[in-house]
Design a binder for this molecule. Structure first.
Ligand SMILES: Nc1ncnc2c1ncn2[C@@H]1O[C@H](COP(=O)(O)OP(=O)(O)OP(=O)(O)O)[C@@H](O)[C@H]1O
Ligand code: SF4
Ligand SMILES: [Mg+2]
Length: 323
């Protein structure tokens, strides 16, 4: 991927935590917490994409939902164009929130089945009073931008394929000119050829509008086609962060190495690193390095102390091997 010229951060999060209470008993007393996101920091520059990868349940969706305001953070900051998303005034929220949009995994279920395409993609425009000429004309321009025609206007979501539904979701997301979009597994439910078309569309829109994306995926191969930087998460924490080529071609963290060894590369016969055991529960994460119960390279200190960050060849790694 090319690097954007601008190195201005669009969003910068620091030590973000989002926990879900575990309630039990007659009075629903809080017995503990699911620490879905447990101290995550990163920044995304304007016009760039951060790929967020990790196994199921590591907290990717919760992190994305927290940034768009669908989950409540427990601690931490998220500065978006200089405003702390979690503490800004109501008047700032009205101005800033529309600039952050989210596209979801399931293209059909994320669209209201009772609304036609015209209503779906102009809902935000009407709400924010941003219709330029007529609702129809504005909607047709949006449809054309995502590779659909005016014929789609009065049809309903179930009449479209998965890829077309995702194009409609993208049209809805870009309708009010956001600066930042959280894309949560947006191509996971699509056929491979359609995945490539949607990735190309997202890249074209990024170029045209200088959009920034948090691109969430469990598929490292897909991420490599769109991301500038990659953040690897495990059990609510970041394990490795760096430029996509560095992280994928020269993974430093044992967890990243295991994830990459699981991706088949044509012509390469690299050995797959099989991780032992299951992912521990995020309500009771392991002490020290969270990965130590499954790490093939764990040694005595890993169980006791949580590793600090260490910068190696442009990547930041949280692992005692790199002290
Ligand atoms: N609303 C909720 N209430 C309680 N626990 C939740 C809630 N949402 C998510 N969790 C838990 O938080 C953890 C992180 O879930 P999350 O959906 O963020 O993971 P993910 O990385 O997106 O996984 P996947 O790849 O399967 O989508 C999981 O243990 C999940 O069960
Ligand atoms: S800190 Fe230890 S357990 Fe954690 S990834 Fe590094 S070597 Fe493995
Ligand atoms: Mg998810």
């Amino acid at each position: 991927m090319h690097q954007s010229n601008s190195q201005q951060p669009i969003i910068e999060i620091h030590d973000l935590k989002t926990w879900f209470p575990i309630r039990k008993g007659f009075f629903s007393k809080i017995q503990g917490h699911i620490k879905a996101v447990d101290g995550v920091s990163f920044r995304i520059n304007k016009g760039e994409t951060l790929g967020l990868v990790g196994e199921s349940g590591c907290g990717k969706t919760t992190l994305g939902r927290t940034l768009v305001g669908l989950e409540k953070e427990k601690e931490g900051t998220a500065f978006f164009e200089g405003n702390n998303l979690f503490t800004m005034k109501h008047s700032d929220k009205k101005r800033v929130r529309p600039k952050i949009q989210m596209i979801f995994q399931d293209p059909l279920n994320s669209l209201n089945p009772r609304m036609n395409v015209l209503d779906i993609i102009t809902e935000g425009l009407v709400y924010y009073n941003r219709i330029e000429d007529s609702r129809e004309a504005h909607a047709i321009r949006l449809l054309n931008q995502v590779g659909l025609s005016a014929e789609a206007l009065y049809r309903y979501p179930h009449e479209f394929s998965g890829g077309q539904c995702q194009r409609i979701s993208i049209a809805r997301a870009i309708s009010i000119h956001p600066d930042f979009i959280v894309c949560d597994e947006v191509v996971s439910a699509l056929d491979v050829s359609v995945q490539a078309q949607i990735i190309n569309l997202l890249r074209d829109l990024q170029e045209t509008y200088q959009l920034s994306y948090l691109f969430i995926s469990h598929n490292l191969c897909v991420v490599s086609h769109i991301a500038h930087n990659v953040c690897v998460m495990y059990l609510g924490k970041v394990m490795e962060y760096g430029p996509v080529t560095e992280v994928i071609d020269h993974p430093k963290h044992p967890y990243t190495q295991a994830l990459i060894s699981a991706v088949p590369v044509p012509g390469m016969n690299s050995e797959r690193i099989l991780l032992k055991g299951d992912i521990p529960s995020p309500s009771n994460p392991p002490s020290g390095c969270r990965f130590h119960t499954r790490c093939p390279k764990a040694f005595s200190v890993c169980q006791k102390n949580s590793p600090d960050s260490c910068v190696i060849e442009n990547s930041t790694v949280w692992c005692h091997l790199y002290k």
